[in-house]
Design a protein around this ligand. Structure first.
Ligand SMILES: [Zn+2]
Length: 159
């Protein structure tokens, strides 16, 4: 799998981990080494149960959509708009839109998924994702996010 470390000011550093390996130390280019905790981090099938960096058990799955997806969406809307305005029509435009639709469905169905940690924002790619990991949830994100520091609304109360 590929582990993308939590984002920092200078971008994201990544490290490749072999499928069944559980290294106690990860040498990451451009930064300090990382010491993952693999204790009960995987189930019997090898799927990741929790984050090996911050031990958070709540993680979410997300599709890795290629950048061409946005282009296809724009192309589909443009074609539909031109068709509605009467610039195009007939079987040719219908054929083009069917091809665009099939390409879009193919991307949605076959693009790989990644696993993300709610706690530290680490991302795991190229791995088997357990079915118990659900898509991102706003409520869960609010409850578990450790990203932003709390700001005292009234600093004058500090003595
Ligand atoms: Zn984490």
């Amino acid at each position: 799998m590929t582990l993308l470390l939590p984002p920092t000011g200078g971008g994201r550093r990544s490290v490749r981990i072999e499928h069944a390996a559980m290294p106690s130390r990860l040498e990451v280019a451009g930064g300090p080494d990382v010491f993952p905790d693999w204790d009960r981090a995987r189930d019997d099938a090898g799927a990741l149960r929790r984050c090996v960096l911050c031990r958070e058990e709540h993680m979410y799955r997300r599709k890795l959509l290629p950048q061409v997806t946005g282009l296809i969406v724009v192309l589909a809307f443009t074609l539909a708009l031109l068709s509605l305005l009467g610039y195009f029509g007939g079987p040719v435009i219908l054929g083009i839109m069917v091809v665009v639709l099939i390409a879009d469905l193919g991307i949605l169905l076959f693009s790989p998924e990644s696993l993300h940690c709610y706690g530290c924002r680490a991302e795991y790619r190229d791995l088997t994702i357990g079915q118990w990991h659900k898509p991102w949830s706003r409520a869960m994100d609010r409850r578990l996010s450790k990203g932003s520091p709390t700001i005292d609304p009234d600093p004058s109360t500090d003595v």
